[in-house]
Design a protein around this ligand. Structure first.
Ligand code: GLY
Ligand code: MN
Ligand code: MN
Length: 444
């Protein structure tokens, strides 16, 4: 269904971006349409920055921001190149906005059909001091854009000037996307609530003997039933030793009582995704070793959340996570030796090989620099990120005490930095052992 109106915040974002980059023109192509096989495409999902600045989610489009030709008050001029209206195509693929919709619904200052890019873009680039365009993402797109820039260069004649400098827009736009506005937080909160609810439902519905794929489908169903348009990333539904495979995606084995199930899955709501991991028994209760390992990861995760406030830094949270994990692994007998040495040589990476956090938003690994002037950046209100420590014993690890083999645990929440601390956006997903065991007992 086509929209008739979109909120004003897209326009405000464009104005802010162009105020920060006067004299620049941004060229953003829509996400590519990817062929799966034959004439079947992968589901289309708009490029996050394109969407962030326009709200327009059709493929085959170009978003151009800024132009020398615009009056000073209209430096954020938006030109959209879009798919043409085409009743025959629309009968097969669905309705399109066309030029009219780009102007009336999305507030473009100018709109053209996409086949006019080559003819129109050189004029829009007249006088541009800098171009923001992501080179190297698509060879075909690069060829098109560079050919257009060559036309612009030739038009400069004997001015002595060369090709307009090209910069990757990732940092400029990422710098804005990193700080979530209230209307973005509304969407992210909703994604987090729906996702937390789906994880809870999985804890209630799982029975030994089910296949990982059934739980994948159950979680997917809960997301969509409650308003998510799609998943934010491919779900990981990993029973037993499969949980030690960090990007496990097969999701096709039978779940056995006595083992743990790790689910890392997030629903996308209004283009914002949650990212939750929970680990719980396939039977009713955690075994002793499972609960020892689980309590360790949970206490480490809570320590990370407790550190989160303006001024804190993600590497500090990761460092504390690693230190506390090493302490726990030493006391459980999984690691032996000197604490300082173990941390220095990263020997613990055998059990915890990944990082603790990443930005979260329109993309599961969201845009935004992690450093500023070479230093880890300080957390500020409005930033959202994950805290996701884990503990994994690889199936081939014969040195680990037997009780800990086949265990993979990760606990992941989505955190918003507030003015005086933080808010756990995914607190509704159960993670205390007592709460999980109560849910699991009721499942039988
Ligand atoms: N689900 C992807 C991640 O946790 O980073
Ligand atoms: Mn994550
Ligand atoms: Mn995750």
């Amino acid at each position: 269904m086509l929209l008739t109106q979109i909120p004003a915040h897209y326009q405000k974002r464009r104005e802010k971006l162009m105020q920060r980059h006067p004299g620049a023109v941004f060229i953003l192509p829509s996400a590519p349409e990817l062929i799966r096989n034959g004439d079947v495409h992968h589901p289309f999902r708009q490029d996050s920055s394109f969407y962030y600045l326009s709200g327009f989610d059709e493929p085959g489009s170009f978003l151009i921001l800024g132009s020398e030709n615009s009056a000073p008050s209209r430096k954020s001029k938006m030109t959209l190149f879009v798919q043409p209206k085409d009743p025959e195509k629309e009968m097969w693929e669905g309705e399109r906005y066309g030029r009219e919709g780009a102007l009336s619904v999305f507030g473009a200052d100018e709109a053209f059909v996409n086949s006019e890019l080559e003819a129109r873009l050189p004029d829009l680039l007249k006088g541009a001091e800098r171009i923001f365009y992501r080179l190297g993402h698509s060879e075909e797109m690069d060829r098109r854009i560079l050919a257009i820039l060559e036309v612009v260069r030739r038009r400069l004649g004997r001015s002595g000037r060369g090709l307009i400098p090209i910069e990757d827009p990732q940092v400029a736009i990422g710098e804005m996307r990193l700080y979530k506005e209230p209307e973005e937080l509304d969407l992210l909160r909703k994604a987090c609530q729906i996702t937390a609810h789906a994880h809870r439902t999985a804890m209630q519905e799982l029975r030994p003997g089910m296949n990982e794929s059934e739980i994948e489908a159950l979680v997917d169903y809960q997301f969509r039933k409650n308003g998510c348009q799609r998943l934010g990333y491919g779900s990981i539904v990993a029973g037993g030793k499969n949980a030690a495979c960090l990007h496990y995606r097969s999701n096709n084995e039978t779940l056995r009582s006595g083992e743990l199930l790790l689910i890392d899955a997030g629903g996308e709501y209004g283009f914002y995704t949650s990212d939750i991991t929970r680990t719980f028994p396939i039977g009713k209760t955690f075994s002793k070793a499972q609960s020892q390992a689980y309590e360790l990861v949970l206490s480490v995760q809570k320590a990370g959340i407790a550190m989160t406030k303006p001024g804190a830094k993600l590497p500090e949270i990761h460092k504390t996570t690693c230190e506390l994990l090493v302490d726990g692994l030493l006391s459980l007998g999984l690691l032996k030796g000197n604490r300082v040495e173990l941390l220095k040589t990263s020997a613990f990476r055998r059990f915890y090989p990944h990082n603790t956090s990443h930005w979260l938003g329109l993309d599961v690994h969201d845009a935004g620099l992690y450093t500023q002037e070479g230093e880890p950046r300080k957390l500020e209100p409005g930033m959202t990120f994950t805290i996701e420590p884990g503990f994994y014993v690889q199936p081939g690890d014969r040195e680990a005490p037997e009780a800990f083999r086949n265990i993979g645990i990760r606990i992941e929440d989505d955190i918003l930095v507030t003015t005086n601390g933080c808010e756990n956006l995914t607190h509704e997903a159960p993670k205390e052992i007592s709460e999980i065991e109560t849910l699991r007992s009721k499942a039988f």
